[in-house]
Design a protein around this ligand. Structure first.
Ligand code: SAH
Ligand code: SF4
Length: 362
C-alpha cells in the first residue's frame, strides 16, 4: 500500500482514517485528521456538533461540505438492544466497531438523570460478588467508546446539553483505573464547555482500589470524583471477596485515600456491598467507621444485587438499616436504591444477560 505523507490532505487519507473515528478526538486531533486545505474553524464546527449538539451522524452538520461528511467516520456505538425496567431504568446493549458489545444504563430520577457507563468490555478484576467478573476481560474501551456511550444514550433520551441535569458514573463494566488514560481523555471531552459541558462534580469514577492509579488520578488536573469500592471491614475479608487486595493491601489503600488531594467541597465516596452473613454485622460497621476515620467521605451502602452464579445472599432491610445507623455516627451514609434490578441493570449485574428469570429481592 502506498504510504500516506504526514501532510496529505483528507482526500488522500481515508485508509489511515478508517480505524480512527471522530468520537474520541479532541480539537487538535480533528484538525490533524482533516489535514491541510480546510479552514481552521472546520475542526471546531465538527467538535461542537459531535460533543455539544450530539449529532447522530455527520450528515446533520449541514454547514460542512458533503465530501467531508462522507470521508469522516463518526464512530458512535450502535444500539443493539434495549431492556426496559419497571422502575424507568433502561439498559442499553451497545455494539462497538468490532462487533463486541458493552452496556450502559439510563437512570431517570425526577428532574435529574444518571448515565452509568462502562470502561472495559468485561472486567479482569475477579470480585466474587459481581456478575461482570464472570465475563473476564475482553478488552478496554477507547476514549471514543467511553464518550460514545454518553452521546448515544443522551441522544436517545433527548437530553439537552446545558439544560438538563445529567450525572455520569463510570460504574458499568470494567475497572476504570486499569484504563486510566482513556477514562481521563473521555472526562476532558465530557467536561469541556464546547464539548459535553458536564460539570466535573457531576462525573464519578469507581475503582476496586488500584493504588498507583488512584495516585495518578489525583494528579490529573481535570478528573472525575473518586469512589472506592471498599466492600470489607478488614484485610482478610477483603482478600476473600476481592482478590485484588492480595496485590493492593487495604492499609495502603486507606493511606492513599487519606493523602488524596481533594478539591474544595470534594469528598471521596466509599461504596460497600453488603453480603448477607459475610460483611454485614454491626462489628463490621464499627470497623469501617475506624478505617475511614480522618477521611472526608460519604458512604454508599449497596445491598447485594443477586445474579446467576453469585454465591452470596442479600441482607434484609433491618440489617442494612442497623449497619447504616452505625456508619452515620461518623459520616453521611446512604443506602443505594437498586435500579433496573428486574432487567439486570443494577450495580454488579452488567454481563449481557439476555432475559429472565430476573432477580427479585425478597
Ligand atoms: N469496577 C468498578 C466500577 C464498577 S462496579 C468498581 O468495582 O468499583 C460498581 C459498584 O458495584 C462497585 O462499588 C461494586 O462493588 C458494586 N457491585 C459489584 N457487584 C455487585 C453486586 N452483585 N451487588 C451490588 N453491588 C455490586
Ligand atoms: Fe470488576 Fe468492579 Fe465487578 Fe470488581 S466489582 S469485578 S472491579 S466491575
Amino acid at each position: 500500500m502506498a504510504e500516506v505523507s504526514p501532510d496529505a490532505t483528507l482526500k488522500a487519507m481515508p485508509p489511515t482514517l478508517a480505524p480512527t473515528t471522530i468520537v474520541g478526538m479532541d480539537m487538535p486531533e480533528i484538525q490533524a485528521a482533516l489535514g491541510s486545505g480546510h479552514p481552521k474553524f472546520r475542526a471546531q464546527q465538527i467538535y461542537e456538533a459531535v460533543y455539544h449538539q450530539r449529532v447522530r451522524s455527520l450528515d446533520e452538520i449541514t454547514t460542512i461540505p458533503k465530501s467531508l461528511r462522507d470521508a469522516l467516520p463518526l464512530g458512535l456505538p450502535e444500539i443493539a438492544k434495549i431492556y426496559d425496567s419497571a422502575d424507568g431504568t433502561r439498559r442499553y446493549l451497545l455494539k462497538l466497531h468490532d462487533g463486541k458489545t458493552v452496556e450502559s444504563v439510563w437512570m431517570p430520577e425526577g428532574e435529574r438523570a444518571t448515565i452509568c457507563i462502562s470502561s472495559q468490555v468485561g472486567c479482569p478484576v475477579d470480585c466474587k460478588f459481581c456478575l461482570t467478573a464472570l465475563m473476564g476481560l475482553e478488552r478496554s474501551l477507547t476514549a471514543g467508546e467511553i464518550v460514545g456511550q454518553v452521546l448515544r444514550v443522551a441522544g436517545d433520551q433527548g437530553v439537552e446539553p446545558n439544560v438538563d441535569r445529567l450525572n455520569i458514573v463510570m460504574m458499568g463494566q470494567g475497572e476504570p483505573l486499569l484504563n486510566l488514560p482513556n477514562v481521563l481523555k473521555a472526562t476532558r471531552l465530557l467536561v469541556d464547555q464546547r464539548g459535553g459541558a458536564i460539570a466535573p462534580r457531576r462525573i464519578a469514577v469507581s475503582t476496586s482500589g488500584i493504588i498507583p492509579k488512584i495516585i495518578e488520578l489525583g494528579q490529573a488536573e481535570i478528573r472525575p470524583k473518586l469512589a472506592i469500592s471498599l466492600n470489607a471491614s478488614h484485610e482478610e475479608q477483603r482478600q476473600q471477596i476481592m482478590p485484588i487486595t492480595r496485590k493492593y493491601h487495604l492499609a495502603d489503600l486507606m493511606d492513599v485515600c487519606r493523602a488524596y488531594p481533594l478539591k474544595p467541597r470534594e469528598k471521596i465516596m466509599f461504596e460497600y456491598v453488603l453480603l448477607k452473613g459475610v460483611n454485614d454485622t454491626d462489628a463490621d460497621a464499627e470497623r469501617v467507621r475506624k478505617l475511614l476515620a480522618k477521611i472526608d467521605t460519604v458512604v454508599n451502602l449497596i445491598a447485594l444485587n443477586p445474579g446467576p452464579g453469585i454465591p452470596f445472599g442479600t441482607p434484609d432491610p433491618e440489617r442494612v438499616a442497623s449497619f447504616q445507623a452505625i456508619i452515620r455516627k461518623s459520616f453521611p451514609c446512604y443506602v443505594r436504591k437498586p435500579r433496573g434490578l428486574d432487567v439486570y441493570a443494577a450495580c454488579g449485574q452488567l454481563s449481557r444477560q439476555e432475559a429472565g428469570p430476573f432477580p427479585v429481592l425478597a
